[in-house]
Ligand binder design. Structure first.
Ligand code: VGL
Ligand code: ZN
Length: 214
């Protein structure tokens, strides 16, 4: 395949989303081998590779510990976001939980987008923060490079991958999920299946990394 106008986007492949982490996704580190294989090939063929990094300050608006009543799994209306879900403290700036998985091949990554870095605003999507208005800058960067197709994988299928893929498709890019290179949270129950069917019905395509590597 000609990957010159392709971006591979690695979503939140961070320790806190992997087994042993604060917000561990089942088999989260299973995304690393297929993403490493894709990154090497896409970079070698002239495509671009970028990574997102969930990057929250202590006391972040998405942490249940920042509230006295609401608990993990509840949703709250904040000044900027209606229905913000609450999580355990995770991906705190500068901690080992926020670091990329040690086996993730970062050599081909030429751009790292940090998101959720403001205390009062969370960001699931690599394109827009959870107020759905504040841009991260990713869209402008890839448009300036002439990117037409975005292949993505990482964590988590039902949150950051889902919101990133939906925004990507809406922005006009051909959007592909590397289906063996995503894992989901699965909360609330059924959220992974709902996210996958919504992505498919929006025209987002699913291919395995092996299919993408031919
Ligand atoms: C994520 C929940 C909270 C994700 C990030 O990367 O999917 N999920 N922060
Ligand atoms: Zn987060």
């Amino acid at each position: 395949m000609d990957y010159k106008k392709t971006l591979l986007l690695l979503i939140d492949v961070q320790n806190d989303f992997c087994p042993g982490g604060a917000l561990a996704v089942e088999d989260g580190d299973g995304v690393v081998p297929p993403l490493n294989a894709l990154a090497d090939v896409i970079a070698a063929k002239g495509g671009r590779v970028a990574a997102t990094q969930d990057w929250h300050p202590a006391g972040h608006v998405s942490f249940a510990s920042s509230y006295s009543g609401p608990k993990i799994g509840d949703t709250v209306d904040t000044a900027l976001v209606k229905g913000q879900a609450l999580w355990p403290d995770h991906c705190v700036q500068g901690t080992s939980g926020a670091a990329f998985h040690k086996d993730l091949n970062l050599n081909p990554v030429s751009m790292i987008i940090r998101k959720g870095f403001r205390g009062e605003l969370d960001s699931y999507s690599a394109f827009f923060e959870n107020d759905r208005k504040t841009a991260t800058g990713l869209e402008g960067w890839i448009k300036s490079l002439g990117i037409e197709t975005v292949i993505m994988g990482g964590l988590a299928t039902d949150y950051c991958v889902f919101f990133s893929a939906m925004d990507c498709k809406r922005a006009g890019f051909k959007t592909v999920i590397a289906s063996d290179a995503v894992r989901g949270v699965g909360f609330p129950s059924g959220s992974i299946e709902v996210a996958v069917s919504e992505m498919k019905s929006s025209g987002i395509e699913f291919f395995t990394s092996n299919e993408l590597l031919v």
